[in-house]
Design a protein around this ligand. Structure first.
Ligand code: IMP
Length: 202
């Protein structure tokens, strides 16, 4: 069975292939499957966006019997009423550097009453099966907004995502360490558990 993952991000593809490697699936990126699709991610939740993405790919692909998978993720900050959330990549503008976005999040959290620094990375994976059934699986990792950026690893909001039990920001972890606890890895592991019975029923 073919599985097409709706991303152009090679880092994600590596993570997906590693986690799903023992399933009987040929895993392709959109590019490898020769699919070009422009997706308007206008959902209000991570789950809505993940489902919008698989359905958009299905509309282009037609009836080919494959599993289509996608993810949507972002940073949820309690003191910002859950922002940037589903707007994580668009927060303050798509072209604004993460150095500036991170500084703004620190500023807003520092100004919040009661010193609430809690935040989490969330990810929802959606899978559209050949019979039209949609499966979803979520993963989160809890953290705190740091007082300053730390670390050179990862991407995006990783330098301000402080993991109290590690005493480090996400950007200070090795790629292997991040992949062992990330929201995406957890969502993928949960999705894998849902896919196994589907693949077994043939
Ligand atoms: P997407 O789901 O790949 O579109 O990610 C949405 C946005 O969420 C990214 O552009 C980042 O701003 C943020 N984000 C998602 N996952 C991570 C992560 O692991 N580290 C840092 N930022 C992330």
């Amino acid at each position: 069975m073919k599985l097409i993952f709706a991303t152009g991000n090679e880092g994600k593809m590596k993570e997906i292939r590693a986690i799903l490697k023992d399933l009987p699936l040929e895993i392709l990126s959109l590019k490898e499957a020769g699919i070009a699709v422009d997706i308007d991610e206008n959902g209000e939740t991570f789950e809505e966006n993940a489902v919008i993405k698989v359905k958009a790919v299905k509309a282009v692909l037609g009836e080919e019997p494959v599993i289509l998978m996608s993810d949507d993720s972002g940073l949820v900050v309690d003191a910002m009423d859950g922002q940037p959330g589903v707007h994580s990549s668009r927060f303050m503008g798509e072209d604004t550097s993460y150095h500036i976005k991170n500084a703004e999040i620190i500023r807003r959290v520092n100004a919040a009453p009661e010193g609430n620094r809690a935040c989490r990375f969330c990810c929802v994976i959606a899978a559209l099966l050949p019979d039209g059934e949609v499966l979803t699986a979520a993963g989160t990792v809890e953290g705190e907004v740091a007082f300053e950026e730390r670390g050179e690893g990862g991407f995006g909001y990783d330098p301000i995502f402080y993991l109290a039990d590690k005493g480090k920001c996400m950007a200070e972890l090795s790629a292997a360490e991040k992949n062992s606890l990330s929201h995406r890895a957890r969502a993928l592991a949960a999705m894998k558990e849902k896919l196994i019975p589907v693949l077994n029923r043939g």
